[in-house]
Design a protein around this ligand. Structure first.
Ligand code: SAM
Length: 294
């Protein structure tokens, strides 16, 4: 099958199958060979790798991945794309296509079945409407993985990278930076896609840490605190946490913890570093609560 990174070849496939783009699935297909090369290079795919591709579309990036990897598993929600994928990828014996919703499928099971439970690499031009739940799901469910190399909305890529004191800093920044080292690999303009998205895009590589950069006895409690702190950005940290009603966390516990950390009662969540959230978590974690991490 011809290289689908070349726009004329993508158009030919779309016409052959009379394909209608589904806006609800965030379908913007890549039509730029340079961008495709860059993604595959940034993901550092080798002949030993098993790659999980989320949302293969008509198989454009899948072709590139199949050329470099030992095994590619591609999970696509749109039933209409499955016969197209079977056609465009028919030359590759190392591709498994699954018609499923990535937010519902058991990815840990896929890794067990396809790669004996060893770490995979995730590569995708993500559907933008579910970027955060996909990335958080991979991390929080402890899917064995080395790295995630994904195309996301530019603004979301920025959010993953920034630290305290910037407007983009939030729960996503902290969660990503707890699990991985983020790096923007390329900025990608709308004309590299068909149809063109209304926003700019960026390729970001998240390299998973073997061990998170901060210690916590209870990962879930830490992330409950972080989420609560950013739920109401304009509120102080104390009010944000109180309004979230985290069981076992009373106002006097929060004020005592902030005093111990040398932080004013008026501090907002957006001013705290990951290290400070981890410290707050260890000070606030109600004693006797079972460690639910892991
Ligand atoms: N990889 C292709 C490319 O680069 O040309 C297509 C990328 S397009 C931005 C996103 C793809 O994800 C679409 O094919 C869409 O149907 C698929 N998709 C959307 N939601 C999904 C979900 N919940 N699970 C799996 N695939 C999904």
């Amino acid at each position: 099958m011809a290289n689908l990174g070349i726009p004329a070849n993508t158009i030919a496939v779309l016409q052959k199958y009379n394909f209608n783009f589904q806006k609800k699935y965030g379908q913007n297909f890549l039509i730029d060979t340079h961008v495709l090369d860059k993604i595959v290079a940034a993901a550092e795919i080798t002949a030993q790798d098993c790659v999980l591709e989320i949302g293969p579309g008509i198989g454009t990036m899948t072709q590139y991945l199949a050329e470099s990897a030992r095994e590619v598993v591609a999970v696509e929600i749109d039933k209409a794309l499955i016969p197209i994928l079977e056609d465009t990828l028919s030359a590759y014996k190392n591709v498994t296509i699954l018609n499923d919703d990535i937010l519902k499928v058991d990815i840990n099971r896929i890794v067990r079945e396809q790669n004996g439970g060893r770490p995979i690499k995730v590569v995708a031009n993500l559907p933008y409407y579910i970027t955060t739940p996909i990335i958080m799901g991979l991390f929080e469910n402890h899917v064995p993985l080395e790295s995630i190399t994904v195309m996301v909305q530019k603004e979301v890529a920025d959010r993953m990278q920034v630290g305290p004191g910037t407007k983009d800093y939030g729960a996503l920044s902290l969660a990503v930076q707890y699990y991985a080292r983020p790096e923007i690999v390329a900025n990608v303009p709308p004309n590299c896609f068909m149809p063109r998205p209304t926003v700019g895009s960026a390729v970001v590589r998240l390299t998973r840490y073997e061990k998170p950069p901060v210690e916590t006895a209870d990962e879930r409690f830490l992330f409950a605190l972080i989420r609560a702190s950013f739920n109401q950005r304009r509120k102080t940290l104390v009010n944000g946490l109180l309004n979230a009603g985290i069981p076992g966390v009373a106002k006097e516990d929060i004020t005592a913890a902030l005093a111990k950390m040398g932080l004013p009662l008026t501090v907002r969540g957006e001013a705290l570093t990951l290290e400070q959230f981890a410290r707050l978590g260890s000070l606030l974690r109600p004693s006797g609560v079972e460690n639910t991490s892991g």
